[in-house]
Design a binder for this molecule. Sequence first.
Ligand code: NAP
Length: 284
Amino acid sequence: MVATIIDGKKIADSIEEEIIEETKELIEKHGVTPGLAVILVGSDPGSQIYVNIKRKACSRVTFHFEDYLLPDTVEEKDLINLIKRLNEDDKIHGILVQLPLPKHLDENNVISAISPEKDVDGLHPVSAGKLLLKQEGFVANTPAGILEMLRRSNIDVKGKDVVIVNRSKIVGRPLMVLLINNDATVTVCHTKTRDLKAHMRSADILVVAVGKPNFVTEDMVKEGAIVIDVGINRVEGKLCGDVDFEKVKEKASYITPVPGGVGPLTVVMLMKNVLHAARRSLKK
Ligand code: NAP
């Protein structure tokens, strides 16, 4: 079997078109332009790239964008004061703090300072709790993007055995809940999992986000499985995922590439959340 390659870029582009249309309507009918504020602490080059990707996406979908670049010596109270100010700013509908933060800052305190109505990254305890309780709220962008990508590829997760190799709060945990909410049967694996390979081989849908190139080889994948590669690694200057793509694609039924797979979906789901936040602000 040779896998169908899921074109994440193409799917993200079509969602972007929808967002542009809806934004036009929001501006014309209500005079509201969705606005995103991104806060970056420190000068990590990887984080700077991610902020730029978000800036460009906002420009494509005609959103208002503000970035706040703070030194890595910033005090927690000053960062939280900035967030509180943005919570009150009517031009800003979504606030995102680029992670990871320098060690002296408590990530939980910082994320909790964001107003739940502006938590477009979906990492606030209120958003996480709503997801767990299957209530409407902001969902973390990468898990939401994976579900949307599967939906738009006509892959129904209902009743499927899904194995996730990752238990982080931005990928594995919210994805686990989202999948359960959509009637999948979910196994979550991590570094303490016994016989990881047996779990992976049992998956109808295998989602991997470990951050190690060629972590998934063809012997770890069931014939006909759907393989979602979330990992982002750089090898000799080139981007790659966690999956040995060339070999695994001969065995899977669907596979996502890196780059051009989950990444573009993550960005566009952030845009979708900002648009939702702007729409909800009308009801206030
Ligand atoms: P993380 O917090 O470091 O999580 C990595 C996870 O992989 C952990 O749960 C870890 O288990 C597990 N793991 C690592 N080595 C393993 C092994 N040998 N066997 C089994 N499990 C193992 O990282 P993250 O922030 O979730 O990101 C993970 C990867 O996804 C990175 O490459 C990141 O760049 C990428 N990513 C991509 C996107 C996108 O949009 N495409 C978005 C987010 C992240 P423990 O919990 O036991 O340590």
